[in-house]
Design a protein around this ligand. Structure first.
Ligand code: ASP
Length: 443
């Protein structure tokens, strides 16, 4: 059995957290490949090392007058690592590493290089502490000349390299372009590295250790003490993350999904908790009819009405072109017989609204155009909905009882999700009503 384990920033923020991570790794000898993030926040209000590095690099490339501030920032970063080294009782000295980093900063090696040092140095410490081999991600995670991740080349290199390496630490978040320049993924990208490594070694499971016990059915900022999700499919997860639920980087599912490798989200601070298992498919009955609820606020909608629009070839295309020309991305698009409604992000739309209205008039000569703002979209997601009658009925009666006016309903043909549009100010009540009817009453 082979497991790849990724530890997030808060799981490695201090020597204490390092010890917890090492205990987890040492408890199961199949945890052979470790992907660390940079040290994160030790307590609320603390700063992640990645943010310190970005700041430090900005100071490094500014005028001499910022030199003192730069020195201060650099020492603060060094202190974060030294604190871990001392706390773990390691004898390693990072002086040479810091000399190189200073030199590269003065040569303007780039923001990516700067940020990547957080994971790089943490990887060195982790490897030393565990007695695992350290593999610099710049040698095995490849980006092309344009800076796009090169999955094929990476998989070739990495699987070859790890075939001869029984236990290794590979820092997350970065790789290198063909010219050797370091390149990072977007923020939170160590999750992606973990997934890439899991694919390369054909792991049985990719464990993603973080500071929460998995995905929750709803946002705890909206619903009080929501229950955790035991098992979720990749498709359900996509739907929920698209609607704003975050725990895992969105792109982290692609490498493992193709290989059928499950991801297990677990809590470093509470390793006995079950966590959430993310799988391609499962026969296991979900605990509740719905798997999760997520939503986003601040949308505007544009409804275009024209009699017989369905028989006009290219009608939708012409409307959508207006949005494309104005560089407005479309979030959602329910339609009726003679109407189509386009949901867009309000902030993106507001400044261009008159151009869009004029464009639609010119293109399709609608009978009527209606704009609405301050709308929220809520996705109710669950593989269990397909096999259960009356799900939407229950949702809408719950919303009616909560006095929430439903502005829009859209059920995907997969029957995996129902999207509901409500007013921004009904957002919280709507989510609570849905949670209540499916989870608290548990019928
Ligand atoms: N350290 C990086 C960040 O803060 C990457 C990661 O933690 O996944 O975004």
């Amino acid at each position: 059995m082979k497991k790849v384990v990724k530890f997030g920033g808060s799981s490695l923020a201090s020597a204490e957290q390092f010890k917890k991570a090492a205990r987890i790794i040492n408890k199961d000898e199949s945890r052979r490949y470790v992907v660390p993030s940079a040290p994160g926040k030790r307590m609320p209000g603390d700063t992640k090392v990645t943010d310190m590095l970005y700041r430090c690099y900005n100071l490094a490339i500014m005028d001499d007058e910022y030199e003192d501030e730069f020195e201060e920032q650099m020492s603060a970063i060094r202190a974060r690592y030294d604190e871990i080294i001392t706390g773990l009782g390691l004898s390693i000295d990072l002086s040479e590493e810091f000399k190189t980093i200073r030199m590269e900063f003065s040569r303007k090696a780039g923001r990516s290089y700067a940020a990547s040092r957080g994971e790089y140095l943490n990887g060195i410490l982790m490897a030393e502490y565990l007695g695992y081999e350290f593999i610099d991600a710049a040698e095995v995670i490849c980006f092309d000349e344009e800076g796009n991740f090169d999955g094929e080349r990476t998989n070739e290199l990495l699987s070859e390299r790890l075939a001869d390496t029984p236990r290794a630490v590979i820092p997350g978040f970065y790789g290198a372009m063909p010219n050797g320049r370091v390149k990072t993924f977007s923020r939170g990208g160590s999750d992606i590295t973990g997934s890439i490594v899991a694919k390369a070694v054909r792991a049985d499971i990719y464990e993603n250790w973080t500071d929460v016990s998995g995905f929750l059915i709803a946002d705890p900022g909206v619903v009080k003490n929501p229950k955790a999700i035991d098992v979720i499919t990749y498709r359900e997860l996509r739907e929920l993350s698209y609607m704003g639920a975050t725990v895992l980087h969105e792109d982290a599912i692609f490498p493992v999904r193709k290989e059928g490798i499950p991801i297990h989200i677990r809590n470093t601070n509470s390793p006995e908790d079950k966590g959430t298992l993310i799988v391609e498919g499962t026969c296991r009955k979900p605990r509740f009819v719905i798997t999760g609820i997520a939503g986003k606020k601040d949308f505007a909608s544009i409804t275009v009405e024209k009699a017989m629009m369905n028989s006009e070839v290219g009608f939708c295309k012409k409307v959508l072109e207006v949005f494309e020309e104005n560089e407005i991305s479309i979030e959602h698009m329910p339609s009726g017989i003679d109407t189509m409604t386009i949901f867009v992000h309000q902030d993106e739309f507001e400044e261009k609204e008159q151009k869009v209205i004029a464009g639609i008039h010119r293109r399709v000569e609608p009978d009527f155009l209606e704009l609405e703002s301050d709308l929220a979209l809520i996705a109710v997601v669950g593989r269990g909905m397909k096999a259960t009658r009356g799900t939407s009925g229950r949702i809408f009666s719950a919303l009616a009882h909560a006095n929430v006016n439903v502005k829009m309903i859209d059920q995907g043909s997969s029957e995996l999700n129902i999207i509901i549009g409500v007013r921004n100010h009904d957002f919280k009540d709507a989510i609570n009503a849905i949670y209540d009817i499916f989870v608290n009453t548990m019928i």
